[in-house]
Every structure is written in C-alpha cells, then in structure tokens.
Design a protein around this ligand. Sequence first.
Ligand code: PLP
Length: 441
Amino acid sequence: MTDRNDEWFDRARSVIPGGVNSPVRAYGSVGGTPRFLASARGATVTDEAGRTYVDLVASWGPALLGHAHPEVVAAVQDAASRGLSFGAPTSAEVELADVIASRVSAGARHPVEKVRLVSTGTEATMTAIRLARGVTGRDLLVKFAGHYHGHSDGLLAAAGSGIATLALPGSAGVPAPIAAQTLVLPYNDLDAVREAFALHGDRIAAVIVEAAAANMGVVPPLPGYNAALADIAHAHGALFILDEVLTGFRVHPAGFWGLQQDAGEEYTPDLFTFGKVVGGGMPLAALGGRADVMDALAPAGPVYQAGTLSGNPLSVAAGLATLRGATPEVYARVDAAASAIADALSAALTAEGVVHAVPRAGSLFGVAFLPDAPRDYATALTQESWRYAPLFHAMLDAGVSLPPSVYEAWFLTAAHDDDAVGRVIEALPAAARAAASAVAP
Ligand code: PLP
C-alpha cells in the first residue's frame, strides 16, 4: 500500500540524491520508506500521511526539551520579528557564549574560557583541528575508529554514523595526502595511543575523541580512558579535543565531561566542540576552550575561520532558550525515561532469547546484538546487525520512531512523559519477537 510518504520519497529521489539531505535518513540499513515529517510536538512527530509516532530520534539529539517547546519557539519567533540575519555582532551571542562557558565547569574549574559560534558540528570540529594545527605548528591528527566528527575531509576515515550504517571505509573524494594526516586508532586501547605517540609524538597536533562514542552504537570510554588521553597528548605537546557535539548539554548540565568530573575522573581538554542541544534544533554549534588557544582564531590570531550565518540570531535565541530551560529536573526526567526504556528493551530481548547488550552513556543508550557491550568499532561491526531492521519496523508499525540504524543512539527528551514512555514499552515485546525471528542474510 502506498501512502503520502511513498509519493514524497519517489518525488524526492528524482530531485535530491538518494531522496534525502543526510544519508542515514534514507532508511538504507532498515529498508522501507522514510517518513516525511510534517510536524513535531513534545515527544511525538507526525508524518505526511497523518500518522503520529513517539519519537526516539529527537532530531538526532537537539530536542532535549521536546519538539517545538513553547519557550524555544517563542524565543525564535521574537528574534525573527527583529530580523533574520545581521552578519554583525549581537548582544545575544555574547550571552550564549557566557552561558556555555559558565555551564562547563566542575568546582572551581572552567575549562571553556572563550567560545566561537559556528553553524554545524562539522564546522566546530574542523575549526578545532585547524586551530590545534595552527597553535602547535604540527600536522598529524589522532582520531578513533568508529568516531564521527562530521564530514570534513580529514575526519571521515573510519568514521561512524552514516559511514558505519553504509559499511563504508571512508568517503570517495578525500585526497590521499589529506587522509594520510589522520592516524586512526582503535578506541579504548591506550597502548595504541602510546605507540602512535612514541612513533610520531613530535608531529601530532591533537587527539580528538567523542566524549562518549555514540555513532557506532553507544560505546562509552573505559574508566580513566579520556583522562589518560589528555595526559598522553599533553605529555607530547599535543592538544586534547573533546567532541561533545552529541553528548554536550544532553547527558548532564556540563556534558559528558561534567558527568565524568562528578564521577571523580578529572581531566582538562584544551578544546571542546558542541552542537545539537546547544542550538535547540536550529543550525548552531560551537567550539570553546583555553583562552590562549582560542585567541589564535582570526581576527585575534592567525587561524582563519568565518561564517555568513555564524551566530545567527534565530539560532542563538533557540540555543539560549534551550540551555536556560535545561534545568536539573529536565535531566532527571530524561534519565528516568531512558532508564525505563533501556531496561524494558533489554527485558523484552531477554524474554525472546535474543543475544544483546544495551550499552549506556548517561541517558544515551542503544542496542548491540552481541553478548557484551562492544568496546571498539571492530567489535561493534561483528554484531548481528540484521536483527535491527525487523525490530525497527515492528516499533514503527506500533507508532514508535527509532533511529533507522543499529549504529545510532536512542534519544529521549524531557517531553517523554509516562504516557509516551509507556507506549514505547508496550511496543517492545512484539519488536523483540521480530528481532528473534529475523534470519541472517
Ligand atoms: N561530532 C559528533 C560527535 C557528532 O555526533 C556529529 C553529528 O552527528 C558531528 C560532530 C557533526 O555535527 P553536524 O551533523 O552538525 O555537522
């Protein structure tokens, strides 16, 4: 039976490559027709055929307060009434930089001293590595297999997210000399990092790591891992860049870094990158960190970065309203909803005898069809990933929208009240049965 989603997907494919503007949206690894969304409110999204789903995608993370939160929408409308884009400094962007800097704190430590606003997470990480290269005068970059930092040339090697979903080693179109500047190491393996620094220590500008990996499924760092990365980088005069685009302001008021500081794992990144929640659903991201490093950015310093829409007033308004609304109660609600669904997911799969793990990083979680939660990309790729498509479609049929790939995290919002959580939990047993009866390809 075709519906409005099929009609739109046909039309989309004739005018947009693959019918989508970002690859994972195409349902490539789960099959079927992507839902074309017409509106979203609170914990739900509504498609072009008029069907409403409880949403566990949350726009891939930004919608921490829930979709179309009235205060965020009002702030954007108010800003829009005063002009859509100025290409000039504004008071609101100063306020947002201050809010970001003051939130990322632990006791007396405030590692974000200065902030630059950009429009996407890709720009934030791309700028952070250019800055690290400019400040250190070195070229090489260390990243980890399965970690996704956006789609800039040097960061696509063995990246997670769509690269994992499409089972690609990287991307065509990245010149070999650029790819050769990135050393890709296995995650959660400190010996590999020590070895890379022993071989190339005086040429490495920076180590970049997802604060907790969440683009190859959820794969948290082992205890002490992030702190050890910072130590090793610093011992060799390299910078340590913590990518909190996905985790920042989502899992804790001060991001995954804040969660780790609360747990007693003390370390200080030189640079942080933020995105998603920081823009509250509008195009906005940021990098921030040590003042002496950040001041190397133009016009204060020699490292160039710019953007016509950087600090866009509507995006800044959405970011400010979202961060101001992200109270301790919001995090408590998101944590509770995540725990209830993660526990129910695991119980449903156990009841059907499906070998699985439900790895967690704060309120982020996902499913891995392996006996134990994977610690690295190579292991994550060995799972029975074909069990996910039937689970996904059983949930969709029951009115629950999950991320359309086993390698993506499930996102909750503060709008996931008992009713929304109950609807997800109710749908899980049939979805677990579908996963159990899936046949290997
Ligand atoms: N870094 C991480 C950890 C991400 O998860 C993402 C996107 O998912 C990015 C960077 C890139 O952000 P954007 O999609 O806004 O360019």
